[in-house]
Design a protein around this ligand. Structure first.
Ligand code: AMP
Length: 254
C-alpha cells in the first residue's frame, strides 16, 4: 500500500522514526499526470532504495501564465493506481499552503544557466522550480533523488543547486522515455488535439536529424510550429516549440 502523506509535520515525524531513520530513501518529485517517463524514474527509485517516496505537487510558482497552471492535467486516481502497482511506499501530496507558508517570499535564484534556453522564454520559471525542489528535498531528506533528462536544463540546475548548498543527496539522471513515434512523453501531450499529436512527432524527428539548427528551425516553422529555440550546447541539441497553445521541449545528445 502506498501511504499518502499530506503534511510536512507528518513526514518529518516519520522520517525520524525507527522504521525510517536508518533506511536508504529514494525520492521522485513530480507534478502528477504520471506516464511511462515518470514510471521509469519510479521503478529505478524503488529498485535502488529501501524506501521510496514520490511527490505530486503542481507548483504554481513555476508557471508564467495562470491559464497554463490551471489547465495542467490532473489524474490523481490513475496516478495512485500506478504508484500502488510500482510498490511505492509513500506519496507526498501537500497543498499550496503547506509548501508556501511564506507565500513565496523566500526564493532560490541561479544566475547563469537559468537565464538561457527555456529560462530566456519563461521568465521566473527556474526560480519557481529551484525553490520548490529545495523545499521538497529539505522536507523529504532523501539519499537519492531521480530526475529525467527530458528536462535536462532543470536536472543540471538542480544538480548545481544541491552542490552549491551542500545537500546530502545524490542526484540521478535518467534518459528520456519516448512514444513509439519518438515524441518525448510529457503530461502536456494529452492536451494536444489528435492532428496536433500526429504532427508533433516532427519535432523529435528533426531534432535527431543530421540537419543544422538553422535548417531544423526553418523546417519546423514551415510545418507550422512556433519555435522558441533550437540550440546546441555542451554536446546536446535542445529545442522548445509551441503547437497551438501547448509548449513542448526536448533535447538529444549529439
Ligand atoms: P514533471 O511531472 O513533468 O515535473 O516531471 C517529473 C520528473 O519526471 C522530472 O524529473 C522529469 O524530467 C521526469 N520526466 C518527465 N517526462 C519524462 C520522460 N519522457 N522521460 C524521462 N523522464 C521524464
Amino acid at each position: 500500500m502506498t501511504k499518502i502523506i499530506r503534511t510536512v509535520k507528518e513526514w518529518k515525524q516519520l522520517r525520524k522514526s525507527k522504521g525510517l531513520v536508518e533506511k536508504r530513501i529514494g525520492f521522485v518529485p513530480t507534478m502528477g499526470a504520471l506516464h511511462k517517463g515518470h514510471a521509469s524514474l519510479i521503478k529505478k527509485c524503488v529498485s535502488e532504495n529501501d524506501v521510496s517516496v514520490v511527490s505530486i505537487f503542481v507548483n504554481p510558482t513555476q508557471f508564467n501564465q495562470t491559464e497554463d497552471f490551471e489547465r495542467y492535467p490532473k489524474t490523481l486516481e490513475d496516478d495512485l493506481k500506478l504508484l500502488e502497482k510500482l510498490k511505492v511506499d509513500f506519496l507526498f501530496f501537500p497543498d499550496y499552503e503547506e509548501i508556501y507558508k511564506d507565500n513565496f517570499r523566500y526564493r532560490i535564484f541561479e544566475n547563469e544557466l537559468s537565464k538561457i534556453l527555456c529560462g530566456a522564454f519563461r521568465l521566473g520559471h527556474f526560480e519557481g522550480v529551484l525553490t520548490v525542489v529545495f523545499k521538497l528535498l529539505n522536507i523529504i531528506q532523501p539519499d537519492r533523488a531521480y530526475f529525467g533528462e527530458k528536462d535536462y536544463q532543470q536536472y543540471k540546475l538542480i544538480e548545481g543547486m544541491c552542490k552549491a548548498f551542500f545537500f546530502d543527496v545524490e542526484i540521478i539522471p535518467l534518459s528520456t522515455v519516448r512514444e513509439a513515434d519518438g515524441l518525448a512523453m510529457s503530461s502536456r501531450n494529452i492536451l494536444l488535439a489528435k492532428e496536433e499529436r500526429i504532427y508533433a512527432a516532427n519535432f523529435p524527428r528533426l531534432l535527431m536529424s543530421e540537419k543544422s539548427t538553422e535548417e531544423i528551425e526553418k523546417e519546423l516553422n514551415s510545418l507550422g510550429f512556433k519555435v522558441d529555440y533550437i540550440t546546441e550546447l555542451n554536446g546536446r541539441r535542445f529545442g522548445a516549440v509551441h503547437i497551438g497553445n501547448v509548449r513542448l521541449i526536448d533535447n538529444v545528445k549529439l
